[in-house]
Design a protein around this ligand. Structure first.
Ligand code: COA
Ligand code: AMP
Length: 633
């Protein structure tokens, strides 16, 4: 391995506080940290204890004050609505101050929570930054989640206000948000006092007079008055946001992100990992509802003073498989970051890359992939087509930025297909067996990170330190359990192979099979069930639900299967992509009653499997195979 990365990583290991203390010099603080790392604070220690800062100031105001107000901050491109717009840093400041004033007028104060349920429009970014400006804690909920999921988050975060829009737009339909919001509020025990709704031309909605606020009208009024809203200093350790992510049950985990560590780590990553210069265009083709969207559509590019692209469309079908190349060409995109599934979708439509040939993509230096395992075929195709380095990197909602990557801004390490390369500074990654002891190179094990976690990583779960400890810290004392399994080779390259829990990854979206099982078992005709992730060429994995019906149910199984598919869509949302429900007579189990999910997965994926020694009744496996065949799988 060449020198620079190694030197940097070893330097961090020798002196983590010196490393991050130096990185913190790129951030504007109201008050510097008393301690770069306070090991006595929080669950495992806290970064930048005693410091005061404001994330919106760093992402917006400081660039305007530095004379870069006219530079593009956000480029909005929406092939789905045929809209394009550019917002300079000064424009963003005006919009964000306007919305911050509206939030203050609605009684939102420092420390209050605000739920943001928005499609991919610039107002989603403005809403996040407006919360940051006044020290409110936002919680963005992805638009593909149903009312029930929104209600769960309302009850946990207890927001004072919701910022939303009249509709979201998918290629095959327009989704009215207002009925969804009303239903969620009806379902939730916690009721927010204000709803600030951005009316879109495609579908507007009625507003309830005493509670609802028209976003644009209210912001325009504030701007016309010329009101300014200063950035509120917050502690570096105060929460910036809560982002809910799938856990093992229907109750999602509220991952907390703080202000100081997040500012430092994201800013560092733009230079050393993504190799971007301030003023260049960075495009993360994800959604603000996911962590990739939080970190790399909204915060990192703006903290760093780059230009970010906010894209409301899909890699295919809006209007065609050339849309990514058009955007790169039109806005001079230096680096694209997306999920491998997007490339699989493009490859399927345009295997020879005929659309690619139509555009000059010489501006593109690097393609970054994350969110799911980057399969070598897809990486190879992308390399052949784009002729730029294709960099897989591995991270999680919990970490907020990459645990392992190829640090292009430091040096481009040899790319090895199937590996997200090496641990980033901040992360001491180890592979351990079930007993917690390290396993030799190239041997599979649990991937863990030695505490403390890097700046920007979660300090805990929202008001639930206990769940933070039990979910991540208790199993391997002194280490954070990533929930991923894999191995490390003798050169320190990591290979992320699977999850150790019941989380699956569908089109780069993290979903809990446990949550789907909760929905299926609530159906009156279902006696027991198991949901597993089965391999899918496009989306990586797809959920498949196996149900055993109660004795005496005399309805046609196919009708119940359809109802179950509808139920998951209604309770969790379309994003669950739950389209396979299979009624079976029995589920395969061990003699102690444990469902043999791994074996079921192997059968569904047509892989060879060894008959589990502990199986109760091997004949059930044939029944499963037969049922799957009947469903065309
Ligand atoms: N609001 C409402 N519904 C949404 C939605 C949103 N924001 N996002 C997705 N959905 C719906 C889709 O319309 C689809 O509904 P359908 O069952 O009626 O077709 C369903 O949720 C499943 O969505 P998805 O799994 O994304 O499938 P898709 O067929 O719409 O698109 C891809 C497939 C590969 C093109 C798409 O997943 C993609 O672009 N992925 C990129 C990866 C990505 O952004 N990952 C985020 C982490 S980096
Ligand atoms: P999320 O929290 O939604 O970002 O999902 C995080 C999970 O996605 C990780 O724990 C992994 O299981 C998976 N994941 C993300 N990036 C990668 C990658 N580059 N390679 C393999 N798996 C990944």
């Amino acid at each position: 391995m060449a020198g620079e990365y190694k030197e940097l990583y070893e330097g961090w290991k020798r002196d983590p506080e010196g490393f991050w203390g130096k990185a913190a010099e790129t951030i504007d603080w109201y008050k510097p940290a008393d301690k770069v790392f306070d090991e006595d604070a929080g669950v495992y220690g806290r970064w930048f204890a005693g410091a005061e800062c404001n994330t919106c100031y760093n992402a917006v105001d400081r660039h305007v004050e530095a004379g870069r107000g006219d530079q593009d901050a956000i480029i909005y491109d929406s092939p789905i609505t045929g809209t394009k717009a550019r917002y300079s840093y000064s424009d963003v400041k005006k919009q964000v101050e306007g919305l911050a004033a509206v939030l203050l007028d609605q009684g939102v104060e420092k420390g209050d929570r605000v739920i943001i349920y928005m499609p991919m429009i610039p107002q989603a970014s403005f809403a996040m930054l407006a919360c940051a400006r006044i020290g409110a804690i936002h919680s963005v909920v992805f638009g593909g989640f149903a009312a029930n999921e929104l209600a769960t988050r309302l009850n946990d975060a207890k927001p004072k206000a919701i910022v939303s829009s009249s509709c979201g737009i998918e290629p095959n339909r327009t989704i009215a948000y207002k009925p969804l919001l009303d239903e969620a509020i009806e379902l939730a025990t916690h009721k927010p006092s204000a709803l600030i709704i951005f009316q879109r031309d495609q579908l507007s909605c009625d507003l309830t007079e005493e509670r609802d606020v028209d976003y644009a009208r209210a912001v325009d009024a504030v701007i016309a008055e010329g009101r300014s809203v200063p950035c509120v200093p917050v502690a570096a350790t105060d929460p910036l946001y809560i982002l809910y992510t799938s856990g093992t049950t229907g109750q999602p985990k509220g991952v907390v992100r703080d202000n100081g560590g997040h500012l430092v780590a994201l800013n560092w990553s733009m230079q050393y990992l993504y190799d971007i210069k301030p003023g260049e265009v960075f495009w993360a083709a994800s959604d603000v509802g996911w962590v990739v969207g939080h970190s790399y559509i909204v915060y990192a590019p703006m903290i760093y003073g780059a230009t970010t692209v906010l894209f409301e469309g899909k890699p295919v079908g809006t209007p065609d498989a050339g849309t990514f190349w058009r955007v790169i060409n039109e806005y001079n995109v230096a680096a694209l970051f997306t999920a491998p599934t997007a490339f699989r979708a493009i490859k399927k439509e345009d295997p020879k890359g005929e659309f690619i040939a139509k555009y000059d993509l010489s501006c593109l230096r690097t393609l970054f992939l994350a969110g799911e395992r980057a399969d070598p075929d897809t990486v190879q195709w992308a390399e052949d087509m784009l002729k730029v380095p294709v960099i897989d990197h591995w991270w999680q909602t919990e970490t907020g930025w990459a645990i392992a990557a190829n640090p292009v801004g430091v040096e481009l390490l040899p790319v090895v297909h199937g590996s997200p390369t090496v641990a980033m500074p901040g992360y001491d990654v180890q592979i351990v067996g079930a007993d917690g002891h390290p396993v030799p190179a190239n041997e599979m094990g649990n991937i863990v990170i030695k505490l403390p976690m890097a700046p920007g990583n979660l300090p805990g779960l929202w008001q639930n330190d206990e769940r933070f400890r039990t979910s991540y810290l208790d199993e391997f004392p002194g280490y954070y359990q990533t929930g991923d399994a894999g191995y490390m080779d003798e050169n320190g390259y990591l290979y992320i192979m699977s999850r150790t829990d019941d989380i699956i990854n569908v089109a780069g979206h993290r979903l809990s099979t446990g949550a789907m099982e909760e929905v299926l078992s609530a159906h009156p005709d279902v006696a027991e069930c198991a949901v597993i992730g089965i391999a899918d060429k496009l989306k990586g994995q797809l959920p498949a639900g196996f149900v055993v019906l109660k004795t005496g149910v005399d309805r046609a199984p196919i009708d119940i299967e359809k109802e179950l598919i509808g139920l998951v869509r209604e309770k969790i949302g379309p994003v669950a992509a739950f389209k396979i429900a299979v009624a079976v007579d029995r589920l395969p189990k061990t003699r102690s009653g444990k469902i043999l999910r791994g074996t079921m997965r192997a059968i569904a994926d047509h892989e060879d499997y060894r008959m589990p020694a502990t199986i109760d009744d091997p004949a059930i496996l044939d029944e499963i195979e037969h049922a799957l065949r009947e469903h065309g799988i």
